[in-house]
Design a protein around this ligand. Structure first.
Ligand code: FAD
Length: 442
């Protein structure tokens, strides 16, 4: 007998991927969400007139359909168009992003080491390198393309701080899209201060005028229809044979199709039956922990950046960003809203406050630590999936198992990858289209 509640398509998760899937579906559906709000990682917190996202959540929309969707949902006028202002702070000076093409301004011996390393790497590298011939290990890949100096002064320490694991444990395959690879001529031009090119995947972004990034998810949820979204309903069990998902409070929901955006390892943990090989693959999936601080500051900031990379090991954070530099409405009048992403994931915050204040002053963001009004600590588990050497086979073994049992696992965490909000929106649309095709061929 089917359970009392049955639905054609059950979508787990009301983050951007789940909501986008629901929005694009042409059949009856229900979205179940563990949290008491929509948005997933694209959520915003409000505190005493400050608004904070889950660290920087800047919207880069390249796909014309997704751009049109976001503008239609929120209203064109809701978004500010912002030209990225991000720099790197090391050796006590600011240089432009990306480091590899902008070493001008650093101490001369550092510039020399970076340029000589890049020249040497260029000399050693064959003219054309097929993807499969690139070094597999990320540390080797960095040296292969940028040389020893850029590796030592930025790429290796910065990535170790961000990922929380050494670059030798990571494969290079994650980074093709995200790490700009300037030509040698651009590296040299950047070393002498005449590189005018804006490089990288995120030279411009959109940001809501009010309410933070969650306003995008809220607008999407409105379009989906709130009656179709059940909040505070974590799925605790999925029986893919009976096609029943059960919430933590014991409610059974029968479905014909299941689209899950929950974290891939968590989905496997909730399946009633899992082959040993899939369980083994699941145990090899790794993600890092991001520990970050929402920081309120009295008075204006001394730097205009939206975010600043901090590669040096002596500082316990790897990136400092400012919501209010992008949009002043994110902080009360006369104040600024910062986020600080921590490389030190363990030391109690109280033991780090002094160094953090000192760092913000050294960076010229504030002139006195007493201007820090509050620091609120937050932690995200599995914030970035780790592309280690087991990653591809383990992920493939799991996804290959899920397809035939009728589960589409999508989104940044369902598909277990490094992707953006736009990718989540695209994933959702793609899942809905796949279901439409399945039905059409029945
Ligand atoms: C630190 C950080 C910074 C980022 N910065 C940017 C940026 O600047 N620009 C950008 O484009 N992207 C950024 N991203 C990526 C962006 O956040 C994600 O790509 C996107 O929000 C993922 O959406 P999603 O729906 O796939 O996943 P999620 O947002 O994680 O949504 C999944 C949903 O499933 C729910 N769920 C989980 N388990 C269950 C369960 N058992 N039952 C029911 N519901 C469940 C969760 O509560 C959540 O709401 C960043 C990500 C991080 C971690």
């Amino acid at each position: 007998m089917p359970p009392p509640c049955s639905i054609d398509t059950l979508v787990i998760g009301a983050g951007l991927a789940g909501l986008s899937c629901a929005h694009h579906l042409d059949r009856p559906f229900l979205v179940v969400e563990a949290a008491d709000h929509v948005g997933g990682k694209a959520k915003s917190e409000h505190y005493e007139g400050f608004t904070f996202d889950v660290t920087g959540h800047w919207l880069h929309l390249r796909d014309p359909d997704m751009r049109a969707l976001a503008l239609k949902l929120c209203g064109d006028e809701h978004f500010m168009r912002i030209r990225r202002l991000s720099r790197i702070w090391s050796h006590g000076v600011y240089t432009r992003y990306p480091y590899q093409a902008n070493t001008f301004g650093l101490p001369p011996e550092v510039i020399k080491e970076c340029v000589m390393g890049a020249v040497e790497a260029d000399r050693r590298r064959p003219e054309a390198v097929a993807l499969e011939d690139e070094p597999e290990n990320f540390a080797d890949w960095i040296r292969f393309y940028f040389g020893e100096g850029i590796a030592r002064h930025f790429m290796i320490p910065y990535n170790a701080k961000l990922w929380g694991v050494p670059a030798t444990e990571i494969t290079s395959r994650w980074c093709q899209r995200f790490v700009p690879r300037p030509a040698l001529a651009d590296i040299v031009a950047g070393a002498v201060g005449c590189n005018e090119k804006a490089m990288g995947y995120n030279a411009e972004f959109l940001y809501p005028r009010t309410g933070g990034i969650q306003t995008l998810a809220e607008a999407l949820a409105d379009a989906v229809g709130r009656d179709h979204i059940r909040l505070s309903s974590p799925i605790a069990r999925v029986d893919p044979v009976a096609k029943v998902a059960t919430t933590a409070d014991g409610a059974d929901i029968g479905y014909r199709h299941l689209v899950s955006t929950m974290q891939l390892p968590h989905l496997i943990d909730r399946l009633t039956e899992v082959p040993a090989a899939v369980r083994a693959a699941r145990s090899k999936l790794r993600g890092n922990t991001v520990r970050y601080l929402n920081v309120g500051v009295r008075g204006p900031l001394g730097q205009p950046d939206h975010w600043i990379y901090v590669p040096e090991e002596k500082w316990p954070f790897y990136r400092v960003g400012s919501f209010s530099n992008a949009n002043p409405a994110m902080a009360p009048e006369g104040c600024a809203a910062l986020y600080i992403e921590m490389a030190d994931r363990d030391t109690p915050l109280d033991d780090l406050r002094g160094t953090i204040g000192e760092g913000l002053c050294a960076m010229g963001l504030i002139d006195d630590p007493a201007r820090i009004l509050f620091m609120h600590e937050r932690v995200i588990d599995n914030a970035y999936v780790i592309y280690d050497f087991d990653y591809h086979d383990s992920r493939a073994a799991i996804l290959d198992h899920l397809g035939p049992i009728g589960i589409q696992s999508i989104g940044r965490y369902g598909d277990w990858n490094y992707s953006s909000m736009e990718d989540a929106l695209i994933d959702g649309r793609r899942a809905a289209e796949a279901l439409a095709r399945t039905e059409a061929t029945r």
